[in-house]
Design a protein around this ligand. Structure first.
Ligand SMILES: *[C@@H]1O[C@H](CO)[C@@H](O)[C@H](O)[C@H]1NC(C)=O
Ligand SMILES: *[C@@H]1O[C@H](CO)[C@@H](O)[C@H](O)[C@H]1NC(C)=O
Ligand SMILES: *[C@@H]1O[C@H](CO)[C@@H](O)[C@H](O)[C@H]1NC(C)=O
Length: 376
């Protein structure tokens, strides 16, 4: 009896906490600017013919779960950045920069992320003969797009200090491109350059007046079916993923975090949170069932069966793969590289609600914004 009562009180308390968290989120930011690659792109890409023939994003079954049509998002539904705009109660998802919607109405922000984007500038890959038809954009071209946006929208330029800057994961393509080309460039050089570009980018935003930022690290790129298919079968870690690839992401994130620490010291008026994609992804891979997943490794929209249900020349949306698995919500991975909406939702929840996956916590970013607003 007492236990039941305690349980009820606990539930009520949780409800109060959840309601106030939602209210706090709703009041905090009215404008979001997002950057990154295909994990964050809400439609800037359009059938870019990437090196892994991921050129079918405009075809079904992309978008099947939520939008019921392709929106050129690389998933069956919403991405982490979509759950962000929902958490902030913005009236709409962020329009992709290249869309008419962004040109006509960017009231609540713009998404500059584009699939295939690298951290390092495209010329570097081209000059090293790594340029097989890859997306020409990098994080620096996204910065140029943002600058063009500000020139067209003087009001947005004035309110830059009120916006939330969401820097999605970026850099995974840099490692992938050099790997695919059997490059002579050492991963360490890619890492040094890639992290340098990301921190330069973040600092450029800070210098323009950005005050609230969330920067994501790399996920467990070694757990993506693509990486596991390409890696040697003996190259495995304690969660059965490609050990060398995960080690690369780990090293990248460590260096990125050090860079962000330096930026925090240099720009104390800004709050720069680190969203630990790697830790979030690791928690799911260690214990998929806890998060509702029964298939941590199999591609939902793929073919070939086996451990990964992934074939590099017959990917999701190609004429050979026009249907997805029956229950995408049970799968972590959507198309061999990108996640399902269900996984993005789990990751978003971890970033927004769980202090161990975002440092400082997302709630602290919101609280800081509120406090700054009140003292204005
Ligand atoms: C711009 O978009 C927002 C959100 O979708 C909407 O509330 C607002 O009315 C739009 N403004 C104009 C001028 O269309
Ligand atoms: C790239 O290829 C061109 C033409 O094959 C060659 O001349 C050049 O030396 C190569 N560059 C590098 C960095 O390997
Ligand atoms: C297990 O593997 C993951 C992914 O490679 C790594 O991050 C983690 O440190 C490993 N844990 C141990 C105890 O070795």
């Amino acid at each position: 009896m007492a236990a039941a009562r305690r349980g009820l009180i606990m539930l009520l308390l949780l409800a109060v906490v959840a309601a106030s968290a939602a209210e706090e989120a709703a009041a905090a930011f009215k404008t979001v600017y997002a950057f990154g690659d295909s994990f964050t792109d809400t439609g800037n890409t359009h059938s870019t013919t990437g090196p892994y023939s991921f050129g079918y994003v405009s075809s079904p079954p992309y978008g099947a779960t939520f939008f019921h049509r392709s929106t050129n998002r690389y998933s069956d539904g919403r991405l982490v950045v979509d759950f962000l705009t929902e958490a902030l109660s913005l009236p709409a998802f962020l329009p992709p920069y290249l869309s008419a919607a962004a040109a006509n109405n960017a009231t609540n922000g713009v998404n500059f992320a584009v699939a295939g984007a690298t951290a390092i500038e495209h010329d570097f890959f081209a000059n090293n003969n790594l340029s097989f038809d890859i997306t020409p954009q990098s994080i620096m071209s996204e910065l140029a797009w943002f600058e063009a946006h500000l020139r067209r929208n003087p009001a947005a330029a004035e309110d830059i200090g009120d916006a939330l800057f969401w820097v999605g994961e970026i850099g995974a393509n840099d490692y992938a491109y050099s790997f695919m080309a059997a490059a002579t460039i050492r991963p360490k050089q890619i890492r040094t350059m890639a992290v340098d570009r990301v921190t330069t980018f973040v600092e450029a935003l800070l210098k323009k007046g950005a005050k609230y930022m969330v920067v994501q690290g790399l996920p467990l790129t070694g757990c993506l079916p693509l990486a596991m298919t390409l890696a040697r079968p003996e190259d495995r870690d304690n969660i059965s993923c490609a050990a060398s690839v995960n080690a690369q992401s780990r090293a990248h994130n460590r260096r990125l975090l050090a860079g962000l620490r330096r930026l925090r010291q240099k720009h104390p008026a800004a709050v720069i949170a680190y969203a630990d994609y790697y830790a979030a992804h690791l928690a799911v891979m260690r214990s998929p069932a806890t998060y509702g997943f029964t298939e941590p490794f199999k591609t939902c929209c793929g073919t070939g069966g086996g451990a990964y249900n992934f074939e590099i020349f017959s990917t999701c949306g190609s004429p050979e793969v026009t249907t997805a698995c029956a229950q995408p919500a049970k799968y972590v991975n959507w198309d061999g590289v990108h996640m399902t909406e269900a996984m993005y939702k789990v990751v978003a929840g971890m970033f927004f609600q769980d202090a161990s996956y975002c440092r400082p916590p997302f709630s602290a970013v919101l609280a800081r914004k509120k406090k700054d607003q009140q003292s204005e």
